[in-house]
Design a protein around this ligand. Structure first.
Ligand code: CDP
Length: 222
């Protein structure tokens, strides 16, 4: 039987991964965080002093092995067998990831990893281009948006570090949205057939219920 794919795309810090994990747990599907791949690759390249303005050769990419797991409600990501789950969320990676994510060779690498996962598993995947480019035939597509200030406040709370000002987080988020939306390949945009949800004034549970209701009603229709 064909595997079911659920794509949850949208702007930075709209809670895509929170929703994707909850849905994956509920349906017992595999969860994949596409942004975490870009973040782990960025971390590797920054650590190895490989700048984003050069071509990232196959030789370099072949040296990158990434594994994602989601067990007992805990997401982990391993870069060449090292657990980098926390490091990939740092400010240095956040500030640079969109520049590396623009590169076709890096996108192809992530695309291949996701496609491979989707061959043998039903998936819930969150990202920017999952419903448009990676899985254009996904069975369900969602697109989450929210006001920048709301997103910055939520992310700020999550970072839980008073030395980082909320305005700085807001600027980083806006910059990433802009870079992600304006890039030539796989820009951040809503797929025509994606269901858009503005999460600015909704709780996590309210968004979850909207997504679940939509999946259940579409299942019945089809
Ligand atoms: O969690 P948040 O929404 O802040 O970001 P993320 O999902 O961890 O993604 C980090 C960055 O990776 C994004 O800002 C994009 O530049 C890039 N990305 C992408 O280009 N395509 C994807 N499918 C997922 C992420």
């Amino acid at each position: 039987m064909d595997k079911v794919i659920i794509a949850i795309d949208g702007q930075a810090s709209t809670g895509k991964s929170t929703q994707a994990k909850k849905i994956a747990l509920y349906l017992d599907y595999v969860y994949r965080d596409s942004g975490a791949y870009y973040r782990a690759i960025t971390l590797y390249l920054l650590d190895n002093d490989i700048k984003f303005d050069i071509n990232i050769s196959d030789e370099i990419l072949n040296g990158i092995n990434i594994k994602q797991t989601y067990k007992n409600g805990q997401f982990s990501i391993y870069l060449n067998d090292n657990d980098v789950t926390n490091r990939i969320r740092g400010y240095r990676v956040s500030l640079n990831v969109s520049n590396y994510a623009k590169k076709p060779e890096i996108r192809k690498f992530v695309f291949n990893q996701l496609r491979k996962s989707g061959k043998s598993n039903s998936l819930v995947v969150d990202g920017r281009d999952i419903g448009t480019v990676v899985f254009p035939n996904a069975n369900f597509k969602f697109f989450l948006v929210a006001e920048p200030r709301v997103r910055a406040e939520r992310r700020h709370k999550q970072i839980n570090d008073n030395s980082v000002k909320v305005n700085v987080v807001e600027e980083e988020i806006k910059l990433r949205d802009e870079t992600d939306s304006k890039r030539e390949i796989a820009p951040l945009r809503k797929a025509k057939d994606a269901f858009k949800i503005d999460v600015s004034h909704l709780t996590i549970d309210q968004v979850y219920n909207i997504i679940l209701k939509k999946i259940k009603s579409d299942y019945i229709k089809n």
